[in-house]
Design a binder for this molecule. Structure first.
Ligand SMILES: Cc1cc2nc3c(=O)[nH]c(=O)nc-3n(C[C@H](O)[C@H](O)[C@H](O)COP(=O)(O)OP(=O)(O)OC[C@H]3O[C@@H](n4cnc5c(N)ncnc54)[C@H](O)[C@@H]3O)c2cc1C
Length: 360
């Protein structure tokens, strides 16, 4: 995999070694014809439910809930696998390289460190082959995968090609878009150069509440705001171009479970709102249903439906920003400080709106 000039990884084929089996092309989920035939096969093989089951849920453990980005579905589901001695595959943050990287984890402490959404595309490294080897050398064990739609589809296709699907449960995470690792690294190294070595990053700090979360980095006794990066992320300027045609932005998916934030809960289920956040959990398969059944004891949960849980990225992909081209041009010409100042600062209008809101 080699980065392009925006820092996104793309496969690069060594033509000397290629035997033209075309497997790399046939596993690619962005080929829509393949999606259709594979989905039909999946329904037969994997016990897909005729209608997904939809829940809102949050951890009963308030400390773990505070550390989770949403309602802690990741912790509740992975607890079951780890307690049984199985493994999980998920991504976590490396504070030296400033990369979000996939790992195979068997320990709850490592799992706890993987909490928290990082708004940067994560690097799969060798986790696909590592997962395959681990399953082969632990024939009685299973793996639970967590990643956004495209990563989940890749892992699922890979495990199917290796004949290991029966021992893998796939959880995909609702995604607004995968931002450039190059922009993130330049940005965060800049923060370090100005302030010192970062010990901890929380892009979804809930001290003001889950739906008013802030982005911060801890540097010694200091705290530095990363809100300008969050604004850049929300503006859809630095996403991978393929996010614009993401095939996973729908409720029906061919994973076992989908998790995300239960946005809009204060309107659709006001009695269930909680300041520390709520996860949306969509169960697609019998396998997923069995896992959720076992996780229920650690959760406060309620049933919902496909109308009450709707949010933009369950209906359509995030559209490319009309300022994307200009953003990259500005970045290449003037560097990271310039684009953060220009695109990541709050506009005067939104500042004025906030002040007026406070007054009234
Ligand atoms: C880039 C991105 C965009 C998102 N967009 C939306 C959205 O539009 N709507 C919505 O409802 N939810 C979205 N989410 C999901 C949401 O932010 C939470 O990650 C999710 O609800 C899980 O929360 P939790 O409390 O169960 O997990 P936590 O305990 O906070 O664990 C976070 C989980 O996310 C994984 N993770 C963290 N960063 C990344 C990454 N960069 N790539 C892949 N996996 C990662 C971790 O490995 C872990 O499994 C997005 C997440 C990411 C990473």
């Amino acid at each position: 995999m080699k980065p392009d000039d925006e820092g996104f990884l793309y496969p690069s084929i060594d033509q000397e070694k290629c035997v033209c089996c075309c497997k790399c092309l046939t596993v690619c989920d962005y080929k829509k014809e393949k999606l259709k035939t594979e989905e039909a096969e999946d329904v037969e093989k994997n016990g897909y439910l005729p209608q997904p089951l939809i829940y809102g849920a949050r951890l009963k453990d308030r400390t773990a809930l505070m550390e989770s980005s949403s309602g802690g579905a990741f912790t509740a589901l992975s607890d079951i696998f780890l307690s049984d001695g199985n493994g999980i595959v998920c991504s976590s943050y490396n504070y030296d390289s400033h990369k979000q990287q996939f790992h195979l984890i068997t320990d709850k402490r490592d799992r706890d460190n993987a909490r928290g959404s990082k708004y940067v595309q994560s690097d799969p490294g060798n986790v696909f082959t590592e997962g395959e080897q681990w399953l082969k050398s632990n024939p009685n064990k299973k793996l639970l995968f967590f990643g956004v739609g495209c990563q989940a589809a890749g892992f699922k296709s890979f495990m199917a090609a290796k004949g290991l699907s029966d021992r893998v449960v796939i959880v995909d995470i609702i995604c607004h878009g995968s931002p450039s690792p190059e922009i993130w690294r330049k940005y965060i190294k800049n923060v370090e150069e100005k302030n010192g070595k970062i010990e901890y990053i929380n892009l979804r700090d809930k001290r003001k509440g889950w739906n008013r979360s802030i982005a911060v980095a801890k540097i010694g006794s200091k705290e530095v705001s990363l809100q300008d990066y969050r604004r850049l992320y929300s503006a859809r300027l630095n996403y991978r171009l393929s996010c614009n045609e993401c095939p996973y932005t729908k409720i029906d998916r061919s994973t076992d479970i989908t998790i995300g934030d239960f946005w809009g809960i204060e309107k659709t289920h006001p009695e269930q709102f909680d300041e520390l956040g709520t996860s949306l959990i969509i169960i697609h398969s019998e396998k997923g249903g069995k896992l959720f059944d076992r996780a229920r004891t650690s959760l406060d949960y309620f049933e919902s439906d496909s109308k009450k849980c709707l949010q933009p990225n369950l209906e359509r992909p995030s559209a490319v920003s009309s300022a994307r081209e200009k953003f990259w041009k500005d970045y290449r010409t003037h560097g990271i400080d310039y684009v953060i100042e220009k695109y990541g600062k709050k506009s005067l209008i939104s500042r004025a709106k906030k002040i007026l809101k406070r007054i009234f």
